[in-house]
Every structure is written in C-alpha cells, then in structure tokens.
Design a protein around this ligand. Structure first.
Ligand code: ZN
Length: 193
C-alpha cells in the first residue's frame, strides 16, 4: 500500500508560519500570552500528524500469529482523533473493526495502533476508513475486513452549518464482508451489543 513517510517536520519553519498566522489574524504575536504560542503550536501540530512518520510494517512487526480460529474477530469503540484536511480542525469519534482470519491473527492492540497510524495525519474520514481496512487486509490476509468509523467534525460544529449533534458514519467492507450478506450482518449486529 502506498504509505508515504514524510521528512521530519521543519519545526523552526512551522513556528515562523504560526507567528505569521497570528499577525495575519490581527493579533500581536509579541503580547505575553502569545509569546510561546508559535513554538507550542508547531510542536502540537507535529505531534498530531505523527502518523506520517509511522510505517505499517513497524507496527505489525512480530504481532502476527498463526491461528486455527476462523471466527470473526471484532474490536469496537476504538477512540479516534484526527484532523480534517480541509480545515485542519479535529474530527473525533470511534472506530469499529472486524475481520475473518485466514490462518493468521494480529495482536489486538495493533488494530488500535493501525487506526492511529492513519488518523494522525491530515485526513478525510472516508479515506481514513478505507486505509485502515486495506491495511488490516494486507497484513492479515483475512477473508474479509469491515471497518466503521463514527465521528464528530469540529469544522461542522464550530463553523459552517454549526450542527452540534450530527455524527458522520463511514464504512469500508472488503472480501466476505462485502460479498456475503450474513457475514456483514454478523458484524453489524455484534456492534449493537
Ligand atoms: Zn473540515
């Protein structure tokens, strides 16, 4: 899967840009409360986009196990925080993952780390959902994968239409989760409980 590793963040340049943003907003970047804001914001943005520096192989490394289990594995309610690439504002919620192993299972905490790998970037929710599903498919060789993400978008809550209670739900179904209605139904009903 194409997975671009970025160069290290240019923190000094980022600080300069944040300083410029504050000035462009009509603020005084020299006033006491804002003095350290460029440095803090630069570090914060670098941290929030650290997913660019991760690699799927490093995460999975050593956590793939041979298993005779061919029943569905489900991990639900994985907390997720990301930044929308349109406004660089947070969207956050929960991811639910299911897969049907084909001789290999992955350590359960790795599923959550795969979500973080792709969430900690500038994203759109649809693409995040797809990347997580494809990554799990790729590393486990599962017979099927289902990923559902439910999230609230601050760019919609704080600005634009200002709808406070809407949640966006996206799903990606691969393999048997796509082609077999009963597999998909088993996954969806497990998420209800
Ligand atoms: Zn947005």
């Amino acid at each position: 899967m194409p997975d671009k590793r970025r160069q290290t963040t240019d923190i000094a340049d980022l600080e300069k840009q944040v300083h410029g943003m504050l000035a462009a907003l009509g603020e005084d970047p020299g006033r006491e409360g804002l003095l350290d804001t460029p440095a803090r914001t630069a570090r914060s943005l670098s941290f929030l986009t650290r997913g660019y520096e991760g690699q799927l192989e490093d995460i999975v490394n050593g956590a793939l196990f041979t298993s005779a289990n061919d029943e569905m594995v489900i991990l639900k309610d994985i907390e997720m925080f990301s930044l929308c690439e349109h406004h660089m504002l947070p969207f956050f919620g929960r991811a639910h993952i299911g897969y049907l192993p084909d001789g290999k299972v992955i350590g359960v905490s790795k599923l959550a780390r795969i979500v973080d790998l792709y969430a900690h970037r500038l994203q759109i929710q649809e693409q995040l959902t797809q990347q997580v599903a494809q990554a799990i498919q790729e590393v486990t060789g599962a017979r099927g994968v289902g990923v559902i993400i439910e999230a609230r978008h601050l760019c919609m809550m704080m600005r634009g239409v200002q709808k406070q209670n809407s949640r966006m739900k996206t799903s990606m179904m691969l393999g048997l989760f796509r082609s077999n209605a009963s597999t998909r139904a088993e996954f969806l009903s497990a998420l209800q409980s």
